[in-house]
Design a protein around this ligand. Structure first.
Ligand SMILES: Nc1ncnc2c1ncn2[C@@H]1O[C@H](COP(=O)(O)OP(=O)(O)OP(=O)(O)O)[C@@H](O)[C@H]1O
Length: 272
Protein backbone atom coordinates (compact mmCIF):
# COMPACT_ATOMS: atom_id res chain seq x y z
CA UNK A 1 0.00 0.00 0.00
CA UNK A 2 2.93 2.29 0.58
CA UNK A 3 3.48 4.66 -2.27
CA UNK A 4 5.92 7.49 -2.54
CA UNK A 5 4.24 9.36 -5.32
CA UNK A 6 2.11 11.81 -3.37
CA UNK A 7 2.42 15.33 -4.66
CA UNK A 8 0.91 18.75 -5.04
CA UNK A 9 -1.26 17.51 -7.92
CA UNK A 10 -2.98 15.17 -5.49
CA UNK A 11 -4.96 17.85 -3.74
CA UNK A 12 -6.25 19.13 -7.06
CA UNK A 13 -7.52 15.71 -8.09
CA UNK A 14 -9.98 15.54 -5.20
CA UNK A 15 -12.65 18.15 -4.94
CA UNK A 16 -16.18 18.32 -3.65
CA UNK A 17 -18.73 17.47 -6.30
CA UNK A 18 -22.03 19.35 -6.38
CA UNK A 19 -24.41 17.33 -4.22
CA UNK A 20 -26.33 14.47 -5.80
CA UNK A 21 -28.25 11.98 -3.68
CA UNK A 22 -26.45 8.65 -3.34
CA UNK A 23 -23.41 9.71 -5.35
CA UNK A 24 -20.24 8.97 -3.39
CA UNK A 25 -17.45 9.11 -5.92
CA UNK A 26 -16.99 10.16 -9.50
CA UNK A 27 -14.16 9.54 -11.99
CA UNK A 28 -14.08 12.12 -14.72
CA UNK A 29 -11.80 11.37 -17.68
CA UNK A 30 -9.53 9.72 -15.15
CA UNK A 31 -6.31 8.41 -16.65
CA UNK A 32 -4.32 6.19 -14.30
CA UNK A 33 -0.66 5.32 -14.65
CA UNK A 34 2.86 5.96 -13.47
CA UNK A 35 5.44 8.60 -14.30
CA UNK A 36 2.97 10.30 -16.64
CA UNK A 37 2.43 7.13 -18.70
CA UNK A 38 -1.21 6.05 -19.07
CA UNK A 39 -2.08 2.43 -18.34
CA UNK A 40 -5.62 2.62 -19.73
CA UNK A 41 -8.02 4.85 -21.67
CA UNK A 42 -9.85 7.46 -19.57
CA UNK A 43 -12.24 6.08 -16.95
CA UNK A 44 -15.61 7.77 -16.53
CA UNK A 45 -17.93 6.39 -13.90
CA UNK A 46 -19.94 7.21 -10.83
CA UNK A 47 -20.08 5.15 -7.66
CA UNK A 48 -23.41 5.35 -5.80
CA UNK A 49 -24.61 4.18 -2.42
CA UNK A 50 -26.30 0.80 -2.43
CA UNK A 51 -24.31 -0.58 -5.36
CA UNK A 52 -21.81 -3.38 -5.82
CA UNK A 53 -19.22 -2.95 -8.56
CA UNK A 54 -16.75 -5.69 -9.54
CA UNK A 55 -13.51 -4.80 -11.31
CA UNK A 56 -12.14 -7.48 -13.62
CA UNK A 57 -9.20 -7.80 -16.00
CA UNK A 58 -6.01 -9.71 -16.61
CA UNK A 59 -2.98 -9.47 -14.30
CA UNK A 60 -1.20 -6.16 -14.59
CA UNK A 61 -4.11 -4.40 -16.26
CA UNK A 62 -4.31 -1.59 -13.70
CA UNK A 63 -7.00 -2.64 -11.22
CA UNK A 64 -4.94 -2.02 -8.08
CA UNK A 65 -3.58 1.18 -9.59
CA UNK A 66 -7.15 2.43 -10.05
CA UNK A 67 -7.88 1.71 -6.38
CA UNK A 68 -4.72 3.52 -5.30
CA UNK A 69 -5.72 6.49 -7.45
CA UNK A 70 -9.22 6.57 -5.94
CA UNK A 71 -7.68 6.55 -2.48
CA UNK A 72 -5.25 9.36 -3.29
CA UNK A 73 -2.22 7.09 -2.90
CA UNK A 74 -1.30 7.57 -6.55
CA UNK A 75 -1.57 10.70 -8.68
CA UNK A 76 -3.71 10.48 -11.80
CA UNK A 77 -1.91 11.03 -15.10
CA UNK A 78 -4.84 13.30 -15.94
CA UNK A 79 -8.52 13.73 -15.11
CA UNK A 80 -10.20 13.87 -11.75
CA UNK A 81 -11.55 11.85 -8.83
CA UNK A 82 -14.34 13.68 -7.01
CA UNK A 83 -15.93 12.76 -3.75
CA UNK A 84 -19.51 13.91 -3.28
CA UNK A 85 -18.55 15.34 0.09
CA UNK A 86 -15.53 15.61 2.30
CA UNK A 87 -17.35 13.35 4.79
CA UNK A 88 -17.35 10.29 2.52
CA UNK A 89 -15.48 7.66 4.50
CA UNK A 90 -13.53 5.00 2.59
CA UNK A 91 -12.12 1.71 3.80
CA UNK A 92 -9.63 -0.37 1.87
CA UNK A 93 -8.25 -3.88 2.09
CA UNK A 94 -5.14 -4.17 -0.06
CA UNK A 95 -4.37 -7.26 -2.08
CA UNK A 96 -1.48 -8.37 0.04
CA UNK A 97 -2.27 -7.78 3.65
CA UNK A 98 -0.43 -4.86 5.19
CA UNK A 99 -1.16 -6.44 8.58
CA UNK A 100 1.90 -8.03 10.12
CA UNK A 101 1.13 -11.73 10.22
CA UNK A 102 3.04 -12.11 13.47
CA UNK A 103 0.86 -9.64 15.38
CA UNK A 104 -0.09 -11.30 18.68
CA UNK A 105 -3.78 -10.41 18.47
CA UNK A 106 -7.01 -12.29 18.11
CA UNK A 107 -9.22 -11.67 15.09
CA UNK A 108 -11.74 -9.87 17.31
CA UNK A 109 -9.17 -7.29 18.40
CA UNK A 110 -8.00 -6.77 14.84
CA UNK A 111 -11.57 -6.04 13.79
CA UNK A 112 -12.09 -3.73 16.76
CA UNK A 113 -9.02 -1.70 15.81
CA UNK A 114 -10.81 -0.82 12.59
CA UNK A 115 -13.11 1.39 14.69
CA UNK A 116 -10.44 3.16 16.65
CA UNK A 117 -8.32 6.18 15.98
CA UNK A 118 -5.32 7.68 17.71
CA UNK A 119 -4.39 6.19 21.07
CA UNK A 120 -7.83 4.70 21.70
CA UNK A 121 -6.53 1.32 20.69
CA UNK A 122 -4.93 1.14 24.14
CA UNK A 123 -8.42 1.01 25.67
CA UNK A 124 -9.97 -2.03 24.06
CA UNK A 125 -13.74 -2.60 23.95
CA UNK A 126 -14.68 0.52 25.82
CA UNK A 127 -18.18 0.81 24.38
CA UNK A 128 -21.04 -1.66 24.17
CA UNK A 129 -21.90 -0.20 20.76
CA UNK A 130 -18.39 -1.05 19.53
CA UNK A 131 -18.80 -4.62 20.68
CA UNK A 132 -22.07 -4.95 18.80
CA UNK A 133 -20.63 -3.50 15.60
CA UNK A 134 -17.59 -5.78 15.86
CA UNK A 135 -19.76 -8.87 16.43
CA UNK A 136 -21.96 -7.94 13.49
CA UNK A 137 -18.93 -7.35 11.23
CA UNK A 138 -17.42 -10.70 12.24
CA UNK A 139 -20.72 -12.41 11.51
CA UNK A 140 -21.20 -10.69 8.14
CA UNK A 141 -17.70 -11.61 7.04
CA UNK A 142 -18.19 -15.21 8.11
CA UNK A 143 -15.46 -14.72 10.71
CA UNK A 144 -17.57 -15.43 13.82
CA UNK A 145 -16.07 -18.89 14.42
CA UNK A 146 -12.51 -17.52 14.25
CA UNK A 147 -13.13 -14.38 16.32
CA UNK A 148 -11.15 -15.58 19.31
CA UNK A 149 -8.34 -17.26 17.45
CA UNK A 150 -4.93 -15.58 17.13
CA UNK A 151 -4.68 -13.88 13.76
CA UNK A 152 -1.26 -15.36 13.05
CA UNK A 153 -2.62 -18.91 13.36
CA UNK A 154 -5.30 -18.43 10.71
CA UNK A 155 -5.18 -19.78 7.17
CA UNK A 156 -4.88 -17.19 4.37
CA UNK A 157 -8.60 -17.46 3.59
CA UNK A 158 -9.49 -17.01 7.26
CA UNK A 159 -7.19 -13.98 7.45
CA UNK A 160 -9.03 -12.48 4.52
CA UNK A 161 -12.31 -12.90 6.38
CA UNK A 162 -10.89 -11.21 9.48
CA UNK A 163 -9.62 -8.31 7.35
CA UNK A 164 -12.98 -8.05 5.62
CA UNK A 165 -14.67 -7.88 9.03
CA UNK A 166 -12.23 -5.15 10.02
CA UNK A 167 -13.26 -3.04 7.04
CA UNK A 168 -16.94 -3.59 7.76
CA UNK A 169 -16.44 -2.50 11.36
CA UNK A 170 -15.19 0.88 10.20
CA UNK A 171 -18.73 1.61 8.91
CA UNK A 172 -17.30 3.30 5.86
CA UNK A 173 -19.53 4.57 3.05
CA UNK A 174 -17.24 3.27 0.33
CA UNK A 175 -15.52 -0.10 0.69
CA UNK A 176 -12.69 -0.98 -1.70
CA UNK A 177 -11.55 -4.62 -1.60
CA UNK A 178 -8.66 -5.82 -3.72
CA UNK A 179 -9.19 -9.54 -4.34
CA UNK A 180 -10.75 -10.18 -0.91
CA UNK A 181 -11.64 -13.76 -1.81
CA UNK A 182 -8.43 -14.80 -3.58
CA UNK A 183 -7.39 -17.28 -0.89
CA UNK A 184 -10.88 -18.59 -0.13
CA UNK A 185 -12.34 -21.87 -1.28
CA UNK A 186 -15.12 -21.69 -3.87
CA UNK A 187 -17.93 -22.00 -1.31
CA UNK A 188 -16.49 -19.28 0.93
CA UNK A 189 -15.87 -17.02 -2.06
CA UNK A 190 -19.47 -17.22 -3.27
CA UNK A 191 -20.78 -16.70 0.23
CA UNK A 192 -18.55 -13.65 0.76
CA UNK A 193 -19.61 -12.08 -2.53
CA UNK A 194 -23.26 -12.72 -1.69
CA UNK A 195 -22.81 -11.06 1.71
CA UNK A 196 -21.07 -8.08 0.15
CA UNK A 197 -23.94 -7.61 -2.30
CA UNK A 198 -26.47 -7.77 0.57
CA UNK A 199 -24.39 -5.37 2.59
CA UNK A 200 -24.32 -2.83 -0.21
CA UNK A 201 -28.10 -2.96 -0.51
CA UNK A 202 -29.03 -3.13 3.16
CA UNK A 203 -26.55 -0.63 4.56
CA UNK A 204 -26.52 1.65 1.51
CA UNK A 205 -22.77 1.25 1.06
CA UNK A 206 -20.87 1.31 -2.17
CA UNK A 207 -18.77 -1.85 -2.43
CA UNK A 208 -16.08 -2.13 -5.09
CA UNK A 209 -14.29 -5.47 -5.39
CA UNK A 210 -11.47 -6.66 -7.61
CA UNK A 211 -12.10 -10.28 -8.57
CA UNK A 212 -10.66 -12.84 -10.94
CA UNK A 213 -13.70 -15.10 -10.64
CA UNK A 214 -15.71 -13.71 -13.52
CA UNK A 215 -18.83 -15.80 -13.05
CA UNK A 216 -19.13 -15.09 -9.34
CA UNK A 217 -18.50 -11.39 -10.00
CA UNK A 218 -21.20 -11.38 -12.68
CA UNK A 219 -23.65 -13.21 -10.43
CA UNK A 220 -23.49 -10.74 -7.55
CA UNK A 221 -22.26 -7.38 -8.84
CA UNK A 222 -24.65 -4.76 -10.17
CA UNK A 223 -22.06 -3.71 -12.72
CA UNK A 224 -18.70 -4.90 -13.98
CA UNK A 225 -15.76 -2.72 -14.88
CA UNK A 226 -13.45 -4.52 -17.29
CA UNK A 227 -10.03 -3.01 -17.86
CA UNK A 228 -7.64 -4.19 -20.54
CA UNK A 229 -4.29 -2.75 -21.52
CA UNK A 230 -3.93 -4.70 -24.73
CA UNK A 231 -6.97 -3.32 -26.61
CA UNK A 232 -6.76 -0.92 -24.73
CA UNK A 233 -10.22 -0.72 -23.25
CA UNK A 234 -12.29 0.27 -20.24
CA UNK A 235 -15.77 -1.25 -20.40
CA UNK A 236 -18.47 -0.58 -17.81
CA UNK A 237 -21.82 -2.33 -17.86
CA UNK A 238 -23.84 -5.37 -16.95
CA UNK A 239 -22.39 -8.85 -17.41
CA UNK A 240 -23.71 -9.31 -20.95
CA UNK A 241 -22.42 -5.95 -22.12
CA UNK A 242 -18.97 -6.65 -20.73
CA UNK A 243 -18.73 -10.35 -21.58
CA UNK A 244 -19.77 -9.76 -25.20
CA UNK A 245 -17.41 -6.85 -25.76
CA UNK A 246 -14.70 -7.70 -28.33
CA UNK A 247 -11.87 -6.70 -26.00
CA UNK A 248 -13.21 -9.01 -23.28
CA UNK A 249 -13.76 -11.90 -25.74
CA UNK A 250 -10.25 -11.41 -27.09
CA UNK A 251 -8.87 -12.03 -23.59
CA UNK A 252 -11.29 -14.59 -22.16
CA UNK A 253 -12.92 -16.18 -25.19
CA UNK A 254 -16.58 -16.44 -26.22
CA UNK A 255 -17.79 -18.80 -23.51
CA UNK A 256 -18.92 -16.04 -21.17
CA UNK A 257 -21.01 -14.30 -23.84
CA UNK A 258 -24.44 -15.89 -24.23
CA UNK A 259 -24.86 -14.32 -27.66
CA UNK A 260 -21.52 -15.38 -29.17
CA UNK A 261 -21.78 -12.39 -31.46
CA UNK A 262 -19.93 -12.56 -34.75
CA UNK A 263 -19.48 -8.82 -34.65
CA UNK A 264 -19.77 -6.29 -31.87
CA UNK A 265 -18.80 -2.80 -30.88
CA UNK A 266 -15.52 -1.50 -32.25
CA UNK A 267 -12.56 -2.62 -30.21
CA UNK A 268 -10.98 0.26 -28.38
CA UNK A 269 -11.56 2.74 -25.63
CA UNK A 270 -15.09 2.41 -24.31
CA UNK A 271 -16.05 4.15 -21.13
CA UNK A 272 -19.30 4.32 -19.27
N1 LIG B 1 4.79 1.93 -8.49
C1 LIG B 1 4.75 1.53 -9.76
N2 LIG B 1 5.52 2.16 -10.69
C2 LIG B 1 5.47 1.79 -11.98
N3 LIG B 1 4.67 0.81 -12.46
C3 LIG B 1 3.90 0.15 -11.59
C4 LIG B 1 3.89 0.48 -10.19
N4 LIG B 1 3.01 -0.34 -9.56
C5 LIG B 1 2.50 -1.14 -10.53
N5 LIG B 1 3.03 -0.85 -11.74
C6 LIG B 1 2.71 -1.48 -13.02
O1 LIG B 1 1.40 -1.06 -13.41
C7 LIG B 1 0.74 -2.13 -14.09
C8 LIG B 1 -0.60 -2.37 -13.45
O2 LIG B 1 -0.38 -2.90 -12.15
P1 LIG B 1 -1.59 -3.20 -11.16
O3 LIG B 1 -1.01 -3.71 -9.89
O4 LIG B 1 -2.49 -2.01 -11.08
O5 LIG B 1 -2.34 -4.38 -11.94
P2 LIG B 1 -3.55 -5.31 -11.47
O6 LIG B 1 -4.59 -5.24 -12.55
O7 LIG B 1 -3.99 -4.96 -10.10
O8 LIG B 1 -2.87 -6.74 -11.52
P3 LIG B 1 -3.16 -8.11 -10.70
O9 LIG B 1 -4.43 -8.70 -11.24
O10 LIG B 1 -1.98 -8.94 -11.04
O11 LIG B 1 -3.22 -7.76 -9.24
C9 LIG B 1 1.68 -3.33 -14.06
O12 LIG B 1 2.37 -3.40 -15.28
C10 LIG B 1 2.63 -3.00 -12.92
O13 LIG B 1 3.90 -3.56 -13.13
Amino acid sequence: MANGEHGAEQAASHATHPHKPDLLLCCEDLVIGYQGQALLPPINLQVHRGTFLAVIGRNGSGKSTWFKTLLGLQNPVSGRVYRSSAQVKSAYVPQTSAIDGMLPVRSRELVHWGRLTGWNFLRPFSKREDRQVVDSALETAGAGPIANRPYRELSEGQKQRALLARVLATEADLVLLDEPTAAMDAVAERETMRRLAELARERRLAVVVVSHDLRVAAEFADQLLFVDREAPAVVLGDANTVFCHPAFRHQYGDDYCPRHPSSGPTLGPATG
